[in-house]
Design a protein around this ligand. Structure first.
Ligand code: NAP
Length: 275
């Protein structure tokens, strides 16, 4: 699988999202994804499914060292003691000794960023994670995080799709050599009927989802993590490595970003987003 690299981390360029799936369906979807070829799985303590994600990982039948596993600490657990308890519990649920990437899921509304970056660094020092990163961080939050951290912040996982291209945040992150992990890369289906996307899909005889995911991976350091519970979609979302979008296709998809439409997000924790 194609990878991207930053600050010593090498990440499979296409991941598998697991938000809002639980139980048997979660375990089965993760196992299906791994059997199809996904090597990068995204979960979070807050998804309440790490045990099932772990089950799916084991059922996938691929050696642990060939997988890239990400989990996250929720905003309510960013004080030092709660932070460590959250990570220890994630490792226990997943039944792994270490994750590949540990993220702060949302910045705290009450604690200074520096106070939460400290336990994130310490989690890496303790060997609980190979790499660290953040999620839903704005330029202001990233600036504070970089000022406070001793370890590189390899990624910021944010909502990113053709309707939300985040130029200012992307420019800042490129300046820091960071990877952008694109969540809700399919815009939770909302964008898949768009006529521009549908037109490019027809031209390439591909699905709209494949066009959007291909657009992601043709950009430097962008890693989409689509989620699906349907084997056919899990498979077709993975079949994006054998065609290329031309410059006109890429430009037309990027131009949709003028819509600046947020589809996901979690209002109680939303920071003041960058324009
Ligand atoms: P998404 O991946 O953009 O969209 C998922 C939806 O698209 C599902 O309803 C799925 O339904 C459908 N779908 C998938 N493939 C399809 C295809 N080929 N054709 C048509 N429909 C398709 O949205 P998401 O789940 O919000 O985001 C992906 C992952 O990002 C999450 O699972 C999670 O891991 C992560 N995330 C992180 C944050 C954060 O705060 N850090 C926030 C949101 C999401 P079916 O199951 O029917 O295929």
């Amino acid at each position: 699988m194609q990878t991207v690299s930053a600050h010593g981390a090498t990440i499979p360029v296409l991941g598998f999202g697991t938000w809002n799936i639980s139980g048997e369906l979660c375990a089965r979807s993760v196992a299906d994804a791994i059997k199809i070829g996904y090597r990068h799985i995204d979960t979070a303590a807050g998804y309440g499914n790490e045990d099932r994600v772990g089950e799916g990982i084991r059922a996938g039948g691929v050696p642990r060292e060939q997988l890239f596993i990400t989990t996250k600490v929720g905003p309510e657990n960013l004080a030092e003691r709660d932070f460590y308890a959250s990570v220890e519990n994630s490792l226990k649920q997943l039944r792994v000794d270490q994750v590949d990437l540990l993220l702060i899921h949302w910045a705290s509304k009450v604690l200074p960023v520096a106070d939460t970056i400290k336990p994130l660094n310490e989690a890496k020092r303790r060997g609980w994670t190979k790499h660290i990163g953040v999620s839903n961080f704005t330029i202001r939050l990233l600036t504070e995080a970089w000022a406070a951290t001793k370890e590189p912040i390899v990624t910021n996982q944010v909502e990113y799709h053709p309707y939300l291209t985040q130029e200012n945040l992307v420019a800042f992150m490129r300046g820091k050599g960071m990877i952008l992990t694109a969540y809700s890369p399919l815009g939770r289906k909302v964008i898949l009927d768009d006529p521009v996307i549908a037109g490019i899909a027809a031209k390439h005889k591909r699905t709209p989802a494949q066009i959007v995911l291909r657009w992601d991976i043709q950009q430097p350091n962008v890693v989409p993590i689509p989620k699906s519970t349907k084997p056919a979609n899990i498979r077709s979302n993975f079949d994006i490595f054998d065609f290329t979008l031309d410059a006109a296709d890429m430009g037309a998809l990027t131009a949709l970003g003028a819509k600046k439409q947020r589809i996901a997000g979690w209002p109680p924790a939303n920071p003041e987003w960058d324009p």
